[in-house]
Write a protein that binds this ligand. Structure first.
Ligand SMILES: [Zn+2]
Ligand SMILES: [Zn+2]
Length: 351
């Protein structure tokens, strides 16, 4: 079986990987589609995400869907041929955080396609993938596996919205309109936000935000740097701001436009040591500043929403490349003027 393997910066190879035996609680799936995420692009361009450097060959990918091929002896109810969403998170299930219902904070997490620990956790851009049974979420046979592979990034948006608290009738700002920003905006509208203002530095993703991803207004902050200033009146306009861009100036801008007592949720990854947080403003305006990292039960919620058609993820789909053309796809995926999210078709016979 073939995999898209990162050996370092600008060195991704399509090469064979051996199948391995299943543990009793494991399932082998044929991966149908894999979405290219920002982290995959960081590994491709820099050989690292933050300070997680590729120190051994790393199969990329964590936004995957597929079809069950084989189940371990203790697995029930996952017959071969079952279509499934694949949760990239394999928490330990026994630590304090797992038992407290916050498995995304697990101290012993195995997350697909990550160099965050050593040996690295190999990823999902591989034809056959072995996962623990609780990572497999079966779906009806008529489910579109391409859309289903968006469950993981949608779960991140849903988790961010959950960290924001109730949004019914609220005014929400989402800074950054990459895939996660768009899905976060959509999740905010789904949660009942009255207004969702989306920002970015490119027009193309903002057109998607305004089109079908829930934004009630969009602002290109590169071209119209003053547009946010109108929200500074009366000590700030927004009840909630979700910072998804990971850009330090975007975070800095939020403290001027958030209402007193409002909440800022950090979703994007800021470069370490760059966070411009005016603590005096945070204190005297009683602003809450919270983090959001990956997702918990929101993964299953995301699967339900996609399967039911309650959230249509199609507007963020920008095209598919065969696994063999993964390098071309990674090159293309970085062009934000043309692409929101690209996918690899990993097993052509499973759709
Ligand atoms: Zn991702
Ligand atoms: Zn744990």
């Amino acid at each position: 079986m073939l995999a898209a393997v990162c050996h370092g910066a600008r060195d991704v190879r399509i090469e064979p990987r051996p199948d391995r035996a299943l543990a009793p609680d494991e399932v082998r799936v044929a991966v149908a589609y894999g979405g290219i995420c920002g982290s995959d692009l960081h590994y491709y361009h820099r050989g690292a995400v933050g300070d997680f450097f590729v120190r051994e060959p790393l199969t990329l990918g964590h936004e995957v869907s597929g079809v069950v091929v084989e189940s371990g002896a203790a697995v029930r109810g996952l017959a071969p041929g079952t279509k499934a969403a694949l949760d990239p998170a394999r928490p330990c299930l026994t630590c304090h955080y797992c038992r407290a219902g916050r498995a995304n904070l697990c101290t012993n997490m195995l997350f697909l396609g990550s160099a965050g620990r050593f040996p690295h956790v190999q990823g999902g851009f591989v034809q056959h993938l072995v996962l623990r049974q609780d990572q497999i979420v079966p779906v009806p046979a008529d489910t579109d596996l391409l859309r289903l592979s968006v469950a993981e990034p949608l779960s991140v948006g849903l988790h961010a919205v959950n960290r924001a608290g109730p949004l019914l009738g609220k005014r929400v700002l989402v800074t950054g309109s990459g895939p996660i920003g768009l899905l976060t905006a959509r999740a905010a509208r789904f949660a009942g936000a009255a207004e969702v203002v989306s920002t970015d530095v490119e027009d193309a993703p903002l057109a998607v935000a305004a089109g079908r991803m829930g934004a009630t207004r969009t602002i290109n902050v590169a071209r119209d740097a003053q547009a946010l200033a109108e929200y500074e009146v009366d000590g700030g306009y927004f009840d909630v701001a979700l910072e998804v861009s990971g850009a330090p100036p975007a975070l800095a801008s939020l403290f001027k436009v958030i209402r007193r007592g409002g909440r800022i949720v950090q979703v994007g990854m800021l470069p370490p040591g760059t966070a411009p947080v005016p603590v005096n403003v945070l204190q005297t305006r009683e602003i809450e500043f919270v983090g959001a990292f990956r997702a918990n039960d929101e993964f299953r919620r995301a699967v339900d929403l996609i399967v039911a058609g309650a959230i249509d993820v199609a507007p963020i789909l920008s095209g598919t490349f065969p696994l063999a053309d993964a390098v071309a796809a990674l090159e293309r995926a970085g062009d934000r003027t043309k692409v929101v999210k690209l996918h690899l078709a990993i097993n052509e016979d499973h759709r």
